[in-house]
Design a protein around this ligand. Sequence first.
Ligand SMILES: Nc1ncnc2c1ncn2[C@@H]1O[C@H](COP(=O)(O)OP(=O)(O)OP(=O)(O)O)[C@@H](O)[C@H]1O
Length: 327
Amino acid sequence: MGTSIEVDGLHKRFGGTKALDGMTFTVSPGRVTGFVGPNGAGKSTTMRVVLGLDTPDAGTALVGGRRYATLPRPLGWVGALLDAAAPQPGRSARNHLLWLAHSQGLGRRRVDEVLDLVGLAGAARRKTGGYSLGMRQRLGIAAALLGDPPVLMFDEPFNGMDPQGIVWMRGFLRSLADDDRTVLVSSHLMSELQDTADHLLIVGRGRLIADTSTAALLAAAAGDRVRLRTSAAAAAATALERAGGTVVLTGPQALTISGVPAAEVVAILGAAGVPFAEVAAEQVSLERAYLDLTSDAVEYAARPGAAPPGSGAGPAVDGAHAKDAVR
Ligand SMILES: Nc1ncnc2c1ncn2[C@@H]1O[C@H](COP(=O)(O)OP(=O)(O)OP(=O)(O)O)[C@@H](O)[C@H]1O
């Protein structure tokens, strides 16, 4: 059976800043879970609490039912990439990993395995000071994998990756989930997680906004609207309204219909002999759905109509609270 991460009612303040405000969720094995939210939403703090690096003011964070500090050989349970600063610029990647492996009682073989897994075998003997940010991310991931843990947490792993690196990372995350591992990946950009995350935890202002499968979020955001292009707009509207649809004219030959699925629109128009050029279920991007959900939770947002940068006006602070969790 896989190992879950359970976060329950975490609260954490840094001085006057409320970093976590009741953060609660469970991360399950066998899928890639995206941990997304605007800057300052509390993603890194949550991960740090799970790893015992920050102490919460209230609440619990458990891995496999235990606090990180009480896990026997914790690196065999949880591997994490938190920030990809060069470990010791003068040391090679291989030496860095050998040193880490040694501290965990692991041998050279595992070091070479993980270097290979992350695509760094060819650069393993180069000093990490000369590594690009993308290479440092790979090295951080190699270190996280050393103990072959069932739980992996990566904080913004796409940072600094070039397009090939991003494609590689997506496939890599998928392979870890296919191995029945628990994979939690944070990002402040939903687009990075598109086609990668099966499940999404969307957070803002220190709490959960939505806990949803990616497919369900897209389906809910798309609603049931259908776009229609026809040279017989009036006849189409009559036929579709008679079938219970709500029709809005959006252009001379363009209609938007709600309440009737696309396949039925086609059947109704066909039966009524109304010609049409296009019928399409409205597509909503994941990015749009995410921006709609988190619009109230962005810490620093330009107010519509606010003065442009350089005019002396500072960023507008949106004082609204995060929306209630949608489960
Ligand atoms: N050590 C700290 N001292 C003071 N404030 C902190 C500290 N760590 C985090 N914060 C504050 O807590 C809030 C949550 O920060 P956190 O880094 O967890 O957010 P995040 O979602 O990871 O953001 P980002 O996407 O920018 O990394 C922010 O307002 C941040 O400034």
